[in-house]
Design a protein around this ligand. Structure first.
Ligand code: GLC
Ligand code: MG
Length: 591
């Protein structure tokens, strides 16, 4: 780095670029060259994970629904954008009440998605291309159509306690009421009465998603069997669904469940957040179960060899809880508990300060020697581009791919796909269907589940059907793989150059980091590694032009010449041009 501290007077060219009316360089990645060398990491520690929502990725048989053959036919695309491992949302047999998160048979493939042979083909081709496949493991509940539930309903031997059953209680008038006031995630009571058993069952999600009873060792064993079964099929690991709600508080000495206190955060009595959910979420037993699943992965590894099988865990929980998911000094937990901070913390607004807060909350709480990861979207959230502002698309993708650790991309984020516009009539997500026409948009997850945009043609190249299961999102004629691959500059091209940089840079893979919010708007991240390139990420998240001297305000050791490697779409600066970090004018987001 020091060798490059020469004082060429290139600075004026930057001012010139800034003078262009609609140009900006509010999000750029700069590099400065040095020698190389670094420690080796395991594959998942620097991986680029990519979430596929199978129903919406590629339809191969013209029924308007994505499927496995469709995914297989698009694996070259994943290769092209550098994906290390693709995580598939559930592909198992399901009545599709929650689009696969209600599983009727954990050992079978949903027929509209294909067959076991199709799955084997997918794995074989992915492996040949060097792409790993990760499956969604949904341990908290099964569909009410699952054979286990049907047996439990009939109190068949071995299945009596497979689910969480309770008699309920009697109110003052002697009328039977649910065991407690608990609410489900998709509005209304978490308890459902069944005449057949004369009991209530627990469901933390939809009525048709029945909570399995993890205090029953047979259930614990069954679920481990499922993990091994799919590992035998060659998957590289699992994304584990809805982990925080795995266990609930136990009944008291009278066999009763306690009511939850009112939270005071909303007046909507059907909304789960109406109550404080501390007794039904983030229980200590859940952490132990994650440790047990990790043991399954490690044992499998020991017996069968091959690359590390990973566990990615879905937890929307406070850091003190989430961080325990990593394991502790004596036991290993999840390889990566998903870091949703860039989603949750940024709900307050997107600024350098909130970005810093989001990064801090992970990096300052993460135990030593663990691997960070960064998520900006998934099938449960509005589209990243719509949430953060379309203009920030590249800035956010850059952030995810330059921060230390693994990155996670939800299908379409690389294109800057925006939310679909789904009418009440077209709404299919249970989270929204359980509400009503006037409020459904507060709950619906359909907008981020619209078909993937491949081309500007019919159904964006997703399907030949006359109607797709969800309508296409707006702007698919311009936001699609074809157009973005053939444009000189596009979100996709920026994404690909980020991936390339990351794959070739030991600094990004193994380097140290330092970051800072300069004033409200400018977020700066430095990645550095002894003897290797230094990489700086700078983004102006605000709406004002900011002039900054990165040497005096951020890092005095920065060289006075750096090279512009990657810049956001609306920047007109020439890639490869020299930049003096002492005085850069960062234009704001273009409106
Ligand atoms: C997870 C999934 C979500 C699903 C829920 C119930 O949060 O991401 O899509 O509805 O679990 O399985
Ligand atoms: Mg299909």
């Amino acid at each position: 780095m020091k060798s490059l501290l020469h004082s060429r007077n290139i600075f004026l060219s930057l001012l010139a670029v800034v003078l262009y009316a609609h140009s900006s360089c509010w999000a750029c990645t700069l590099t400065s060259k040095n020698a190389a060398q670094a420690e080796e990491k395991d594959w998942w520690q620097t991986a680029q994970f990519y979430q596929i929502y199978p129903r919406s990725f590629q339809d191969s048989d013209g029924d308007g629904i994505g499927d496995l053959k469709g995914i297989t036919s698009r694996l070259e695309y994943l290769k092209d954008i550098g994906v290390t491992a693709a995580w598939l949302s559930p592909i198992f047999k399901s009545p599709m009440v929650d689009f696969g998160y209600d599983i009727a048979d954990f050992y079978e493939i949903q027929s509209e998605y294909g067959t076991m042979d199709d799955f084997r083909e997918l794995i074989a081709k992915a492996n040949a291309l060097g792409i790993k496949i990760i499956l969604d493991f949904v341990p908290n509940h099964s569909s009410d159509e699952c054979e286990w539930f049907q047996k439990s309903l009939r109190r068949e031997r071995g299945y009596e306690d497979y689910y969480v059953w309770h008699d309920g209680k009697l109110d003052a008038d002697g009328k039977r009421i649910p065991p407690s006031n608990w609410l489900q995630a998709f509005r209304g009571s978490a308890w459902e009465w069944r005449e057949e058993r004369q009991q209530y069952y627990l469901h933390q999600f939809a009525v048709q998603q029945v909570d399995l009873n993890y205090r029953n060792p047979a259930v614990v064993e069954q679920m481990k069997r499922i993990l091994r079964y799919w590992l035998d099929q060659g998957v590289a690991g699992f994304r584990v669904d809805a982990v925080p709600v795995l266990f609930e508080v136990e009944t008291d000495e009278n066999g009763q469940y306690p009511d939850l206190e009112v939270s005071g955060t909303t007046d909507d009595k059907d909304d789960r957040t109406y109550l404080k959910n501390n007794l039904v979420e983030n229980r200590p037993e859940t952490i132990d179960m994650v440790y047990q699943w990790r043991q399954v992965m490690d044992d499998y590894q020991r017996i069968h060899g091959g690359d590390t099988r990973v566990l990615l865990i879905e937890t929307y929980a406070p850091p003190a809880y989430t961080m325990q998911m990593y394991g502790n000094r004596s036991v290993e937990g999840a390889h990566l508990p998903f870091n949703f901070n860039l989603i949750t913390v940024l709900k307050q607004g997107v600024s350098a300060t909130t970005v810093q807060e989001a990064v801090d909350e992970w990096m300052k709480n993460m135990p030593a020697k663990r691997t960070a990861n960064w998520v900006i979207g998934n099938h449960d959230q509005r589209r990243a581009a719509s949430r953060y502002g379309v203009q920030r698309t590249d800035a956010m993708n850059m952030l995810v791919l330059t921060l230390p650790g693994a990155s996670v991309t939800y299908q379409g984020e690389e294109l800057g796909m925006i939310d679909g516009e789904i009418s009440w009539e077209d709404t299919v997500d249970p989270a929204a269907c359980n509400s009503n026409k006037s409020i459904y948009e507060n709950f619906t997850r359909d907008p981020s589940r619209t078909p993937f945009q491949w081309t500007a043609g019919t159904n964006a190249g997703f399907s030949t059907a006359s109607k797709t299961w969800l309508p296409l999102a707006p702007q698919y004629q311009t936001l699609n793989v074809d157009v973005e691959n053939s444009s000189a500059r596009s979100h996709l091209k920026i994404y690909k150059s980020l991936v390339e940089l990351r794959k070739s840079s030991k600094t990004l893979q193994n380097g140290s980091y330092k970051y800072k919010a300069l004033a409200e708007d400018l977020f700066v991240l430095k990645r550095f590694l002894n003897g290797d390139d230094t990489i700086i990420y700078v983004a102006n998240f605000g709406d004002k032009t900011v002039t900054v001297d990165l040497q005096s305000e951020f890092d005095a050791t920065l060289p006075s010449t750096m090279t512009l490697k990657i810049s956001s779409l609306d920047s007109t600066k020439t890639l490869g041009s020299d930049i003096n970090p002492k005085s850069i004018i960062w234009l704001p987001v273009r409106r």
